[in-house]
Structures are given as structure tokens and as C-alpha cells.
Design a protein around this ligand. Structure first.
Ligand SMILES: C[S@@+](CC[C@H](N)C(=O)[O-])C[C@H]1O[C@@H](n2cnc3c(N)ncnc32)[C@H](O)[C@@H]1O
Length: 275
């Protein structure tokens, strides 16, 4: 049998087809997921999904290293978010009441935002800024973290920026009390900001120039304890460059979506290392 296989491998065309089959096995599953998603989901942008269990563990370990905290503490924060039924209900109600509901699924899937939440719980920021709000999934997740921090005696405020006047409709109910959306161009809003920023999340205009300009704009407002998360780091290395230029550490976490065709975004993490 082995001899026959070796003989067949020596025939160029057969070996070529065998090699194509081997390579395509890595992608064929994705086409199946695309068709399934085409029927089951209504989303057409800013896709949502859960992360695989292994991916969540890698994320928790990454955050533990950056924040110098125990892995088990970070996992607790992630589980706290995943089991927050009031938050999920708030999001589902906002979807129901929205004119955009024909493009949204009735399931709450946080993806990498579980990492944003864990950071906000771990470092107890006084000020969070997220540029680019869209429906407000990140906004409401970050405000949920701030509300939990407040219960533990740590006050904080969230600011989101978005150029779209309709952005941010998930930020409702009790979550709205701790968060505010600044409408207009993100860099213009950041230029007017004067408070120190403890946690900054870049997720607005995804061109590399704009992303870099956001980092330059907030440079005077960050301290050695500030953490910057880049939601564009799967596309550009601007946060890595900015970190190098400002003598900060940079690491990158790559998402692995669970049962979804999307290859995953990531979290670029810029930090000084003494938080
Ligand atoms: C990828 S979405 C943000 C997703 C959101 N962070 C989340 O967690 O789901 C990008 C958002 O950036 C906004 N945006 C694009 N260019 C902008 C700019 N120059 N200033 C402010 N917001 C901008 C868009 O309107 C869009 O809502």
C-alpha cells in the first residue's frame, strides 16, 4: 500500500491535487460556516461571536501578565460579565426598541470585549475613553465594569466618541448614568479632552493614519499607569509603533471566534508595566 502511495505521489498531477486538498481542508469548514451564518444571522457589519474556551484562557493569561494580577482573578471578571443577565437583557431590549433591529441578532455575544471588561475591572480606571461606539456594545460592557467598580468603592466615568449621531443606543438604563457619548469626529473630541485617561480603546476610523493620530492626540493625557487597547491592531502596527516611541510595552492578543467564519480581530495592548 505504501509503495503504491509513493508511486502515486510521483505523478505530478495527482500529487498537485492531493496537496490542494490538504490545504483546502483548513478552509472548507469556513464555507460551511458562511452558509450557516447567511441563514441564521442578520448582522452585516461589526460581527459578534463568542470566543473559544482556549482563546478565553489565553486572553485571561495575557491580561494577568499586563496587570500583574492572578489569572483566577481575571477569569472571575470574565465570568462575571458572561453571567450578567441584567446587562444582556438591557442590550436585547435596546435591540427590540431600535429601528436597526433588522440588522441585529437576538443573542448577546461579547467577543474580545470580555477582555476590555476584565481590564476595566482589574485596573479600576477613573476615566475610560472608547473611540468608535457603533451600537454601543463596548460602551455598555465598559459601563457595566464601572458600575461594579463603584460598588467596590472605585468611581469611574466612560466617554465614547462617534461621528454617527445615532450611535450608542445600547447605552441605556442604569449604564447610561456612568457613561456619555461625545458625538462628532473623534480627534476633535479628544483634542478638547483635558482629564487623564486610565483606559483608552481605539475603535473608530480604522485607517492607520487616523489611528496613529488618535494616539498622538491623547499622548499628553496618558500616564505610566494608563493602558491603551487597539482594536485595529490586527490590521495595522500603529499601536506597536506608538508604544515603541513612547517607551511602553506592546503585546497582541488574537481572537479565535467560536463557530463563526470571521477570522477574528484582536486586542493590541500598550502598557508601561508598573500598573
Ligand atoms: C467598529 S465600530 C465601533 C465598534 C464598537 N467599539 C463596539 O464595541 O462594538 C466603528 C465606529 O467608529 C465610528 N467612526 C468612524 N470614523 C469616525 C471618526 N472619524 N470619529 C468618530 N467616530 C468614527 C463609526 O461611526 C462606527 O460607529
Amino acid at each position: 500500500m505504501r509503495k503504491i502511495l509513493r508511486l502515486l505521489k510521483n505523478i505530478y498531477v495527482l500529487n498537485f491535487l492531493r496537496r490542494l486538498y490538504l490545504a483546502s481542508k483548513y478552509f472548507n469548514r469556513k464555507y460551511f460556516q458562511i452558509i450557516k451564518w447567511g441563514f441564521s444571522s442578520k448582522e452585516d457589519t461589526n460581527f459578534t461571536y463568542h470566543l473559544t474556551q482556549d482563546n478565553i484562557k489565553y486572553l485571561a493569561h495575557t491580561i494577568a501578565v499586563v496587570t500583574n494580577m492572578d489569572y483566577s482573578e481575571i477569569i472571575k471578571y470574565i465570568e462575571e460579565l458572561q453571567s450578567d443577565e441584567i446587562l444582556k437583557e438591557t442590550i436585547l431590549t435596546a435591540i427590540d426598541n431600535s429601528t436597526e433591529k433588522k440588522f441585529a441578532d437576538k443573542e448577546v455575544r461579547f467577543g474580545r470585549r470580555i477582555g476590555w471588561y476584565a481590564f476595566a475591572r482589574a485596573i479600576k480606571p477613573k476615566i475610560i475613553i472608547e473611540t468608535g461606539v457603533d451600537k454601543g456594545l463596548g460602551s455598555v460592557v465598559l459601563c457595566a465594569a464601572l458600575l461594579r467598580n463603584k460598588k467596590e468603592g472605585f468611581k469611574g466615568k466612560y466617554y465614547g466618541t462617534d461621528i454617527n449621531p445615532k450611535a450608542g443606543y445600547f447605552l441605556s438604563g442604569k449604564y447610561k448614568k456612568t457613561g456619555e457619548i461625545l458625538y462628532g469626529d473623534s480627534i476633535k473630541s479628544l483634542s478638547k479632552f483635558s482629564e487623564k485617561i486610565d483606559l483608552f480603546i481605539n475603535d473608530s476610523d480604522h485607517s492607520s493614519e487616523y489611528e496613529y493620530q488618535e494616539y498622538l492626540t491623547i499622548k499628553p493625557l496618558i500616564t505610566d499607569n494608563s493602558i491603551i487597547l487597539g482594536d485595529n491592531s490586527h490590521c495595522t502596527s500603529k499601536l506597536a509603533d506608538f508604544s515603541h516611541e513612547t517607551d511602553r510595552n506592546f503585546i497582541y492578543f488574537q481572537e479565535t471566534p467560536l463557530n463563526h467564519w470571521y477570522p477574528g480581530a484582536g486586542i493590541g495592548i500598550s502598557y508601561k508595566g508598573n500598573t
